[in-house]
Design a protein around this ligand. Structure first.
Ligand SMILES: CC(C)(COP(=O)(O)OP(=O)(O)OC[C@H]1O[C@@H](n2cnc3c(N)ncnc32)[C@H](O)[C@@H]1OP(=O)(O)O)[C@@H](O)C(=O)NCCC(=O)NCCS
Length: 182
């Protein structure tokens, strides 16, 4: 079972990221518009990008559920990532988070991506549960999860402290049986 194959949708190729993507990753991961909306540490410089990339390449080598780069077919540019992490081998559960360059927002790209990744996970792997956390006030992130068929399990009140305030998180999930039995 390969946890990190290449996948294809109408407009996108979802694939492993590599050294060749470093500049696109820099543009994405250091973008301050994006990380204010996430449970996510801001990356500042190329050294941090290299460290981040090396960690992901290591997880590809170990065949752990990891990171799909989101490449736009028409330009070949890496415009986002969707990352699988905190994989629990015992409970067959993984967490997902995702981000896209602002110039590509609101075109249905992350919905297209997430639907494909969910289908891959439940059709091709032994993972039983996918979960996602997003800031309660991040309407876009919540809407993508809704549109991908994920279920809101609840709100974790003031769960984290970022940008000098306690913040509520929403927890979403989807199970293999949600897909099999509707
Ligand atoms: C969240 C994010 C990935 C959404 O990607 P996207 O490709 O723009 O989302 P989609 O175009 O697939 O939109 C899905 C739904 O969300 C809605 N939406 C998108 N951006 C929105 C916004 N800023 N405010 C309100 N709704 C929004 C869309 O209208 C769409 O609903 P609709 O089809 O009913 O109109 C993108 O905004 C992003 O990268 N944000 C910063 C990082 C982030 O917040 N990641 C999530 C952390 S878990």
């Amino acid at each position: 079972m390969d946890y990190n194959p290449s996948l294809e949708t109408r407009r996108l190729i979802l694939r492993k990221i590599s050294e060749a993507d470093k500049m696109d990753l820099f543009e994405l991961l250091t973008n301050s518009q994006i990380d204010k909306k996430m449970v996510w540490n801001h990356l500042d410089d190329m050294n941090e990008i290299t460290e981040y990339l090396n960690e992901i390449i290591g997880s590809y080598h170990n065949n752990q559920p990891s990171c799909f780069g989101i490449e736009l077919k028409e330009s070949g540019k890496l415009i986002g990532i969707i990352k699988l992490f905190n994989y629990d081998d015992e409970f067959k559960c993984v967490e997902v988070h995702y981000m896209l360059l602002p110039s590509h927002h609101r075109q249905g790209i992350m919905t297209e991506t997430l639907l494909k990744v969910i289908a891959f996970i439940f059709d091709e792997t032994d993972i039983n549960r996918i979960e996602a956390f997003c800031l309660k006030k991040n309407r876009a992130a919540g809407k993508v999860l809704d549109k991908a068929g994920m279920h809101l399990e609840g709100v974790l009140r003031e769960k984290i402290f970022i940008n000098d305030e306690f913040i509520d998180l929403k927890l979403y999930s989807i199970l293999k049986s949600d897909i099999q039995y509707g």
